[in-house]
Design a protein around this ligand. Sequence first.
Ligand SMILES: Cc1cc2nc3c(=O)[nH]c(=O)nc-3n(C[C@H](O)[C@H](O)[C@H](O)COP(=O)(O)OP(=O)(O)OC[C@H]3O[C@@H](n4cnc5c(N)ncnc54)[C@H](O)[C@@H]3O)c2cc1C
Length: 482
Amino acid sequence: MLAGELALAGVDVAIVERRTSQDLDGSRGGGLHSRTIEVLDQRGIADRFLSAGEEHPNTGYALIPLNISDFPTRHNYLLALWQSRFEPILADWIDELGVPVLRGREVVGFAQDDTGVDVQLSGDTSLRAEYLVGCDGGRSLIRKAAGIDFVGLDPSTSWMIAEVEMDEEPEFGMRRDSVGTHGLAPIENGGLVRVVLTERDVGHTDDPSMSELREALVGVYGTDYGLRSANWISRFTDMARQAASYRHGRVLLAGDAAHVHPPQGGQGLNTGVQDAVNLGWKLAQVVNKTSPESLLDTYHAERHPVGARVLHNTMAQVALTTPDDRHQALHTTMTELLSMDEPRKRIAAMISALDIHYDLGEGHPLLGQRMPDLDLHTADGPRRVFALLHDARPVLLNLGEPGGFDISPWENRVRLVDARNDGGWELPVLGEVAAPPAVVIRPDGHVAWVGELTDPALPDALTYWFGKPLEAHSRQGTPSES
Ligand SMILES: Cc1cc2nc3c(=O)[nH]c(=O)nc-3n(C[C@H](O)[C@H](O)[C@H](O)COP(=O)(O)OP(=O)(O)OC[C@H]3O[C@@H](n4cnc5c(N)ncnc54)[C@H](O)[C@@H]3O)c2cc1C
């Protein structure tokens, strides 16, 4: 995702990937939450994922279904789409944007200086880059080599996960015992069964063997159901750790390299995609020399709290799904609470990441929120707000009388759109908010400024987020040049 964002902004970017193909062993993550679908929609590529997945009206928290069909978004559902299908679709987009992927190559080290980073690759070769972003997963070599602490909790529970063929049809569904919660589910097409088993011990470092899986199945179900083969066996834990800093000089972190947590609520991949969309335009502007390096510090300032909140809510979900009687009493209480509207909306908006609010100071309730995808009337006809963001450029959306602000000092970066909107403004959780006269929308879809075009703070906001105004003589077609 990050490579796509950078390529859209004209940055020379390459991906180094040790896997030789996009194939994943195992289907891994199970779905996309509303905000992730929205950010894909902001780039005009949501349909590719929607046509491959299946919409469900419920998201979930600690196995408690939460209906989100009344949420004020076009994507008021969870999209069931395995990561093994999500990744190739995203990779096709990157390919269309012409991003080179150096497959079968591994980053083995790097050294940064004042002007760039020398990245050492396997095979005794190297690359020189202005910036290096570690999107290299929970065991990130880049994070470790940058000396960034990975702060948090060691695992308290370990789960075995597998996709297997069995001779007999097993008992599908969840089962709880004194060890934990276990589950068996059919995987569509192909007759495979997904197995998740709570283990008796933590502290394993390798993937489990077939005989360990068999033994664990017999331990829980009294049978291995004629276990024949496995196309994926792995483990995950409830370890919850986060990088102390998302940036060290010219090295940044995104995705699991920046945060790992239990998979409850299915937020890992989603959070990583949204990290990338927050970082992409900022890094592009710094590389393109329109913004100072300090803009990169807003990446940590905005995304670290989001990651911390994901760690926190997954820790709570692990506690709520612990099978002993006391935790189950808590789970029952929580289920009752979440059947009420306001708690349901709050928790579901958190899991679907629709409530993310970056702290951009005091002001209109929209400030720092994601911009809703309103229907607009423009001089070019009807437009959705998200369609204005397809090229990942910022927009000054004027909903009042046209004119009244000279955009020419930023015209090479910011698009001014005059539009009318007849509908109401409803935000997830917050509800109706007053219609603003004008808003500045960042390329990631978050609102950076709200007010009247005559507001003296508008030029400052444009300069802060998108760089200094062009001098009059360097603008094309301005009266001073003509
Ligand atoms: C059982 C399970 C269920 C999950 N369910 C969900 C879910 O429903 N929803 C959700 O959002 N998330 C889910 N997740 C989490 C999700 O799988 C991860 O958050 C996601 O894969 C992280 O993506 P990433 O790109 O940051 O890291 P990774 O997917 O780990 O990708 C890192 C990439 O970097 C490459 N790499 C690593 N080191 C190097 C190197 N030195 N040089 C070159 N390449 C390197 C790797 O080959 C890999 O391709 C689940 C995870 C598990 C284990």
